[in-house]
Each structure stands twice: as C-alpha cells, then as structure tokens.
Ligand binder design. Structure first.
Ligand code: SF4
Length: 276
C-alpha cells in the first residue's frame, strides 16, 4: 500500500511556537498554567499537563507562577488583568494575530469603521475586536456585509484563518458601499496551504486519513474538503482508532493533519499504516 503524506500536515508556525514556548517555560517556572487549552489536541494537552502545564479558564482562577497566552491571543481586558495579577506572562500570541490586533487599533484610531471578516464567537476575533477603540462590525459572509452602512470610511481586516475567497467577496461588497476603503489582508496562509494539499492528495488516493482533534475546526474542515472530493475519508485522533478493515483493496492512502496536530500523532499513524 502506498502512502501519500501531505507536506503541510501538522503544526502551523504559530502553534509550534506556542507549544515550544510553553515547554520551555515549564523548565523555568515551578507552576505554570495556560489561559484556555493551548491547542485543540486532547493528546497534546495531556502531554502539556504531564509537564505540569495546567489549564485555567480565567485570569482570576490562575494560581501558578506564570501564565501562557495561547497563539490566538487574548482580549485587551484580559491582557490588562494578566498584567495586574503580578504573575509572569509567557505571551505565545502568534505574530500574525498580533499584527491583526495592531491594524484593528490603527484603523479604529484613524476613524475608520472597522469591518472584521471572521466568526464573531472565535477567541481570536474577540481579541482583535477588543483592540479597536471605535466602532467594529464582525461579518462572516457577503450577505452580512450587505447590511453595512453606506458612505463611511471603512477599514477591513480578516481573522487569520479566513478563506481568501470569502475575504475577496466581502471586500467587493464594501467597495459598493464606500469610496474610502482601506484593506489589510491579515489572512495567514497556513489554512489554505493545508486545504490545497489535502484536496490535491484526496484526488489521487482511494482513502484519506485526516488526523487531529475532534474539537479542531481546521482538522474537521480538512476532512470535509476531502469528502467533497468524493474520497472515502476517516477523521481520527489517534492510531488506536484505525481499523485494518478500512484498507482492504486500498492501493493508495493519503494522510494529512490539522494545524494543531502534533508530529508524534502523525508518526504513530504512519507507523501503523506501515504495518498493514
Ligand atoms: S494559523 Fe496562522 S495565524 Fe493562526 S496560529 Fe497558525 S500561523 Fe499563526
């Protein structure tokens, strides 16, 4: 059986950096907590816990020496509370997210109506919104953008994981609304690169395996895209879930993993496939 492994499978730059910063901090501080789970991978969260890195959900629950801020950042209010609580802060906010927060502040300061293309409930979006001092509208779709007011100075940015097609369409809608439009493309290509690789491999194989947390939206989306190609696709978290019967009559299998899937889980799956 031939195995095609996606080059982009696994950690993106920001998640890899955040995880490494947390492990490094575990060597420095006696007691360490992350503000929310550092990563959407229950197996990696367990590994972090084994190194003494516990999860707290709010700043006032933190009872350790230091707190790790995860890759999608925190709100300005949370950052203020963190600074006030007197604990050491290990800020693992992805630099791409920091840039989006800065553009939000700059545009707002300059009097633009800030339009943020993204999912309103997502912590990264809530963080970015909090840095804009003025009026902000979060829009998820072109239909929502149609509701924006006319003849305003509009500044538009995106959640880092948005699709470029959705961003482009919403920018076009905004062009119809105003003659004064400022655009910062804050999309990071980690998501699109993984999606393009997954679709390309799914088109070449009999069966596709997508590895990553069931709570990871980007992993679930990868599995969905592979299925849309008409390829038999299984989303698994660990090698233990793989059923050898899936591979009967399969000549080629494709393998990819979400941006929050650690390398050790991919390695375990590769080793399991190699035994079939
Ligand atoms: S997806 Fe992009 S912006 Fe988000 S953490 Fe990864 S590298 Fe950073």
């Amino acid at each position: 059986m031939e195995i095609l492994l996606a080059k982009s499978a696994g950690f993106c730059f920001g998640v890899k950096r955040a995880t490494q910063m947390a492990f490094d901090a575990a060597d420095t501080y006696q007691s360490l907590q992350s503000l929310g789970p550092l990563i959407h991978s229950p197996q990696m969260v367990k590994k972090l816990e084994d190194r003494g890195i516990r999860v707290c959900t709010q700043v006032d629950e933190a009872d350790g020496d230091a707190i790790v801020v995860r890759s999608h950042g925190v709100t300005a209010e949370e950052l203020e509370a963190l600074n006030a609580c007197g604990k050491a802060i290990v800020d693992a906010t992805c630099p791409f997210v920091t840039k989006a927060q800065k553009y939000a502040a700059d545009l707002s300061h300059a009097g633009y109506l800030l339009v943020l293309v993204g999912e309103a409930h997502h912590p990264e979006v809530q963080g970015i919104v909090s840095y804009a001092g003025g009026e902000v509208v979060v829009v998820a779709s072109p239909a929502e953008a149609e509701e924006l007011p006319k003849n305003r100075k509009i500044g538009i940015i995106a959640q880092t994981t948005q699709s470029i097609d959705n961003f482009r369409t919403i920018v076009s809608v905004c062009l119809e609304k105003t003659r004064h439009l400022k655009i910062y493309n804050t999309i990071c290509d980690a998501t699109s690169v993984r999606q393009e690789d997954a679709v390309s491999i799914a088109a070449q194989v009999d069966l596709m395996l997508v590895v990553g947390g069931y709570n990871s939206a980007n992993t679930t989306r990868l599995a969905g895209l592979c299925r849309e190609q008409g390829t038999l696709t299984y989303h698994v978290e660990t090698a233990g879930e793989i059923d050898p019967l899936w591979f009967e009559g399969v000549g080629r299998v494709g393998l990819t993993a979400g941006a929050s899937t650690p390398q050790f889980l991919i390695d375990e799956i590769m080793a399991t496939l190699a035994r079939f």
